[in-house]
Design a protein around this ligand. Structure first.
Ligand SMILES: Nc1nc2c(ncn2[C@@H]2O[C@H](COP(=O)(O)OP(=O)(O)OP(=O)(O)O)[C@@H](O)[C@H]2O)c(=O)[nH]1
Ligand SMILES: [Mg+2]
Length: 346
């Protein structure tokens, strides 16, 4: 399913809303016969302006509210990810506060109509309209923080990758700084992925694709780059690490676990091993989901470092891939592995 937050469009601030509403109001024209008394003309003109301004604001606010997906109704992945990225209770309260001003706007409309019906001089109609616009402005201005808040969370939610659940999804996980992003960037179509020499460069889930060419068609495989995870209790993990956990738990159908056998990442091999076992024990659905072991940074790794990791994992030469994610060395072996594994699927 496509990221449901893509329909959550830009939210204008209070000034933007008021500018549009008042501009439309001032351009509106009331239907009144040419020969009508000046007082009646003035009343109709200003009454129409107030009505148009209020209708415009109510419509726009309702659109803003409707475009925010109802998080509780979303599929697990999007619902849980949204809860990691934003405070869902605060979002609900914000929408409630915005919704709460609608009856107040309607009330201003009714009160202004009553005042207009009581005036005796045409110039008083203008005064009533100005006072109504003043009250409207102050109510909308008080919502500015709420409008800006919606816009800020929109920025975070629209960056959630769209996961196509009709396609396979390989989740690439491991410790920070081991080369996960370098690997996904190298093997997938997504060349915009950021790679840096410091840990926690990746702060969100990022999608790349890998195409398996068949005789008559192509199969698209999704590759999900994830933030690094530290070996620590789940309750201590931050919302960045938890996004990776969420991807492992809910959308992987194959896990690529990347190790850095060298000291380059700044994290010990033993901590990486502890994380590996945690992932293996918790996210493979009792063997249903395979973990592919990748030793990265082969250009830096000594044979002792590789042997140490291999012995600790108790695996043979054929049970892991040794790669250089920067140069792409040996990546074709992984490409062949993926092709072999998935080429017979739909
Ligand atoms: N020498 C060498 N450096 C590598 C290799 N792969 C990645 N690097 C470097 O390792 C550093 C981290 O790479 P990233 O791809 O950002 O690592 P990451 O695992 O995505 O890191 P986080 O997003 O912070 O978790 C960068 O400086 C890369 O240039 C490799 O195979 N060899
Ligand atoms: Mg990264």
């Amino acid at each position: 399913m496509k990221n449901p937050f893509l329909s959550f469009s830009h939210v204008p601030n209070s000034k933007g809303l008021l500018d549009i509403a008042f501009k439309r109001a001032m351009k509106s024209s009331a239907q009144v016969s040419k020969n009508a008394p000046i007082l009646l003309k003035a009343k109709k003109k200003e009454s129409k302006r107030i009505k148009v301004a209020i209708e415009e604001l109510v419509d726009r606010i309702l659109i803003i509210i409707k475009k925010v997906p109802i998080i509780d109704d979303l599929p697990d992945f999007y619902r849980e990810l949204a809860s990691l990225l934003v405070d869902v209770d605060e979002l609900k309260l914000t929408l409630g506060r915005l919704n709460g001003i609608l009856p107040i706007l309607h009330k201003i409309g009714r009160e202004s109509s009553k005042k207009l019906s009581q005036i005796e001089a045409p110039k008083d109609a203008d005064r009533v309209r100005r006072s109504a616009f003043g009250r409207i402005s102050s109510i909308i201005d008080k919502q500015n923080n709420n409008l800006e808040y919606l816009n800020s969370i929109r920025g975070k939610l629209k960056e959630i990758p769209s996961i196509d659940d009709t396609l396979h999804c390989i989740v690439v996980a491991g410790y920070p700084n081991v080369g996960k992003s370098s690997f996904v960037k190298q093997i997938s179509t997504n060349k915009k992925i950021e790679v840096q020499e410091y840990p926690f460069t990746t702060k969100k889930l990022i999608m790349g694709h890998f195409d398996i060419e068949r005789r008559f068609d192509k199969i698209k495989i999704q590759f999900l780059d994830t933030p690094g995870i530290l070996d620590r209790p789940m309750a201590k993990r931050n919302n960045i690490e938890l996004q990776a956990i969420l991807a492992l738990r809910l959308i992987s159908d194959l896990i690529f676990f990347v190790f850095d056998p060298t000291p380059a990442s700044g994290y010990s091999v033993d901590s990486q091993l502890d994380l590996y076992y945690e992932v293996k024990n918790n996210f493979t659905k009792e063997g249903e989901i395979q973990i592919v072991i990748i030793f990265n940074k082969m250009d830096l790794a000594s044979s002792d470092e590789i042997k140490y990791l291999r012995d600790k994992l108790n695996i043979t030469e054929t049970e892991y891939f040794l790669i250089n994610a920067l140069s792409g060395e040996n990546l074709e072996l992984l490409g062949e592995f993926i092709t072999k594994r998935y080429s017979s699927s739909k």
